[in-house]
Ligand binder design. Structure first.
Ligand code: GDP
Ligand code: GDP
Length: 437
């Protein structure tokens, strides 16, 4: 199980600068949407062979609203509830402000590991000024400069030493783990209740008690599966329910702990930015996906033309990943609920599908011969052999070539499309690499 670390603090203390520094190496790999706001909110950090997820609470604040301070405080509350470790960031140049003090007062109640980070110590002469931050009563300030990197290695060591490896819950392998995710009001709880029977709703968390098991195993509709429990589905906190931030933070854990995500979309609203954010989390974590267009009972005109149109507009919004199943459901009339599980199960099998080297080469080598990669700088590229790597998180294919670095993305996409047209990888990401023969 992955650990979640949240950076909290008032605006301008350097949260996003630190976030960028810590997540940089990983983000470089995620090319699809570099530079969008979504990247500022959530990323993975690797340090000495271990990994954690990092969220920057500042990424969600809308500075234009009057409820500015209230919103910051609510975000701190959510981070206190959801994260495994908190980084409370303050600014050594400006010292303690009222808002810093208010946040500190909230944080003093938290029983989770917390590191007080005193930022903007760009040179050592500034370090003594951090002594002021003892006033918070939150322990020793950790002095860093997010801009030039001073102290950030030590900070990572400290984070790692405070994050204990979360006890991995024992789940049986080869049984798929499904997570129901989506923005508030899409119908997640309704779907889960229909799937599990109403008695599930009676199991409520009492705030402050320890989190209960995150997986529940079901044998329903002739399928054996785990449902990842999103705390947010059952335990709805009235204060923050509608905040995008809340739904996203809640979704992170469920997504990370799943194999296949059931992305609930509200048919009456279509795809909006919140759906895209959650979709992007699913992609970043390389999980399988079934899109579930819910509240279908509320849509009057359901001619097949409209269905096609809705389907293609959803795929368009989520492109370039378009090869995933879409199901039209109603949690109220229970229309196609069984199909959701059946399809999620099929996606799981696609995600674990193995194609023999023999079949791959039989299919790809003649195809590549007819449509070779375009020559570059007068050099011809020859692809000689393709194989699927064993034991990967998503199906991963390696093509061996004489000049692998000359094969560009459009050609890889061409190969991926061909792969998907030949074998069923619906709902799962796949990876294609070129290697030196
Ligand atoms: P956030 O609102 O907390 O996310 O803060 P930002 O990361 O956006 O930083 C606010 C301002 O502080 C920007 O102008 C940054 O360049 C600056 N800043 C961030 N970290 C440092 C630092 O370590 N030293 C100095 N001198 N400035 C910093
Ligand atoms: P969540 O926030 O995603 O868990 O959404 P809920 O399951 O709480 O549903 C939000 C609202 O939409 C509730 O009033 C549900 O009764 C309603 N709802 C959920 N699914 C459907 C559906 O398929 N059809 C209709 N008409 N209403 C639905």
């Amino acid at each position: 199980m992955s650990n979640l670390v949240a950076i909290v603090g008032r605006p301008n203390v350097g949260k996003s600068t630190l976030f960028n520094r810590l997540t940089k190496s990983r983000r470089a790999i995620v090319t699809e949407e570099a530079g969008t706001t979504r990247d500022r909110q959530y990323g993975k950090v690797e340090w000495n062979g271990r990994e954690f997820s990092l969220i920057d609470t500042g990424g969600w604040v809308q500075t234009s609203t009057d409820v500015f301070e209230e919103e910051i405080k609510r975000q701190v509350l959510i981070a206190m509830e959801e994260a495994d470790l908190l980084l409370f960031m303050v600014d050594i140049l400006s010292g303690i402000t009222d808002l810093d003090m208010e946040i500190a007062n909230m944080l003093r109640r938290v029983s989770k590991p917390l590191i007080l980070v005193s930022n903007k110590a760009d040179n050592f002469e500034l370090n003594p000024q951090a002594a002021e931050f003892y006033k918070f009563g939150l322990g020793e300030p950790f002095v860093i400069s997010a801009v030039n990197g001073t102290g950030t290695g030590d900070l990572l060591d400290e984070i790692m030493s405070q994050l204990h490896d979360q006890q991995a819950e024992i789940v049986e392998e080869n049984i798929p783990r499904f997570a129901v995710v989506g923005r508030p009001n899409a119908g997640k709880s309704s779907l889960v209740n229909v799937l599990m029977g109403e008695e599930r709703t009676l199991v409520t968390d009492i705030p402050g008690t320890t989190r209960d098991s995150i997986y529940s195993r079901y044998n329903k509709f002739e399928h054996d599966f785990y449902l990842v429990d999103t705390a947010g589905i059952r335990k709805k906190s009235k204060v923050v329910e509608d905040l995008e931030y809340y739904s996203v933070v809640r979704a992170i854990r469920a997504i990370e702990n799943s194999d296949v995500c059931i992305l609930m979309i509200d048919a009456t609203r279509g795809i909006e930015s919140q759906d895209l954010n959650i979709f992007s989390l699913i992609q970043k974590n390389k999980k399988g996906m079934v899109a579930c267009v819910n509240k279908w009972d509320l849509i009057e005109d359901k001619s097949s033309k409209d269905i096609k149109q809705i389907e293609s507009s959803i795929r368009e919004r989520l492109s370039p990943f378009v090869d995933f199943p879409i199901i039209f459901t109603s949690a109220i009339t229970k229309q196609r609920i069984f199909k959701v599980i059946e399809t999620a199960d099929a996606v799981y099998h696609n995600k674990t599908r193995r194609v023999s080297t023999h079949d791959l080469n039989d299919f790809f080598l003649p195809l590549i011969e007819n449509y070779p990669p375009p020559a570059l700088k007068g050099k011809y590229i020859k692809i000689k052999y393709v194989t699927q790597l064993p034991d990967t998180q998503v199906p991963t294919f390696v093509f061996f070539a004489n000049l692998p670095q000359y094969v560009k993305d459009p050609y890889l996409r061409f190969l991926e499309n061909k792969l998907r047209s030949k074998w069923n990888f619906s709902g799962t990401p796949v990876q294609l690499f070129m290697r030196q023969k």
